[in-house]
Design a protein. Structure first.
Length: 159
């Protein structure tokens, strides 16, 4: 039976990324650009790590930073979101195993979905993210079935 790949191993596996791709005409029209970067997981981790306490970032801002870094029109929305999810789980996996100092953990909870929405796919659903954000002074409110950081725009880092 094959050994299950850990979250940390997934995070560190670049799979020959990053890669800049030229979008086909349909993709270019949809994404309003001609080139897209498919990032490496550790690039997404680097951006998530750069968000200081009290500040926030959304997946869209991560994508903008990646596009700027690679001189492309956009950052891949699919892989950026998947890699943020992998990074959050890897951070918690390392914390549980005692493999990382608390001060060195990637602050994944500061990464939100667009609109300031908490990510239900992050570890423990939105509950842990909500608790950690409130611990840093953010107000998290429920809107319908989603949890949102109130006035999150005021805490976004500059892209």
């Amino acid at each position: 039976m094959a050994k299950k790949t850990s979250w940390t191993e997934k995070m560190k596996d670049s799979k020959d990324l990053p890669k800049v791709v030229k979008l086909d005409p349909k993709g270019a029209e949809h994404w309003h650009g001609e080139t897209m970067v498919v990032p490496a997981p550790l690039e997404v981790d680097e951006i998530m790590r750069s968000v200081p306490e009290g500040k926030l970032i959304t997946i869209n801002e991560i994508r903008q930073k990646l596009a700027k870094k690679h001189h492309t029109d956009i950052g891949c929305p699919l892989t950026s979101g998947i890699f943020a999810w992998i990074i959050a789980n890897a951070a918690e996996e390392m914390r549980e195993k005692g493999e990382i100092d608390e001060t060195d953990i990637t602050p994944w909870w500061r990464t939100l979905k667009s609109g300031g929405i908490l990510n239900e796919k992050f570890p423990s659903g939105p509950d842990m993210q909500k608790k950690l954000l409130e611990g840093e002074g953010h107000k998290v409110v429920q809107k319908g079935k989603k949890w949102v950081v109130e006035d999150f725009e005021n805490s976004l880092i500059n892209v």
